[in-house]
Design a protein around this ligand. Structure first.
Ligand code: MG
Length: 185
């Protein structure tokens, strides 16, 4: 019988793979911070880190990380067949499968995730810029997009959460004020 892989094993492998490929949670959280800081005064780095962790809990994202980085690694070892080897190795601009794989895992987080991903794909920031195969060393044709996708999903998740918190806070104040009015009346 084929082995059924436990989700804990997949999660651990995806996290380990990111570390092995030189990406930390903090690196991704930094991108989230840069994306969301303009919209939230006093945004804390801890909130960004928490959001990245939450996004990495999703199986869809873990699978995308494993598939994409596997292709990067095989390309680094020269183990892909031609012409795919040359396409991945040169990070061919018209390839698009790297973006498609990464984009597929942001849909669960809604429109902010999708538009942020488009922005990061063009304006590579922080660790994404560092990973860009064309600028640095190693082959990260898939990894830069995967990091952009995790950061985009985490940004969207946080944007929605922060709004929920703001509204809950406002509701609390309003109900406290109306309680005072009632007592005074
Ligand atoms: Mg790429």
């Amino acid at each position: 019988m084929r082995r059924q892989v436990h989700s804990k094993e997949v999660k651990a492998a995806a996290l380990q793979r990111l570390t092995d490929r030189g990406v930390t949670i903090e690196d991704i959280a930094e991108v989230v911070y840069l994306m969301q800081a303009p919209y939230h005064v006093g945004l804390k780095m801890e909130s960004c880190i928490e959001s990245v962790h939450a996004v990495l809990e999703k199986r869809e994202i873990q699978h995308a990380v494993l598939v994409g980085t596997e292709l990067d690694i095989l390309a680094e070892k020269g183990l892909l067949t031609e012409p795919l080897q040359s396409i991945v190795e040169s990070d061919e601009g018209l390839f698009g499968c790297d973006e498609t794989l990464a984009l597929g895992s942001v849909f669960g987080y809604g429109s902010i995730a999708v538009t942020t991903f488009g922005h990061l794909d063009k304006q590579k920031v922080g660790i994404i810029k560092k990973l860009d195969t064309k600028r640095g060393s190693g082959i990260h044709t898939f990894l830069d997009d995967l990091v952009a996708s995790i950061a985009s999903s985490a940004s969207s998740r946080m944007a929605h959460r922060l709004r929920d918190e703001e509204e809950a806070e406002r509701d609390k104040k309003l109900s406290a004020a109306s309680d005072e009015d009632q007592q005074a009346g």
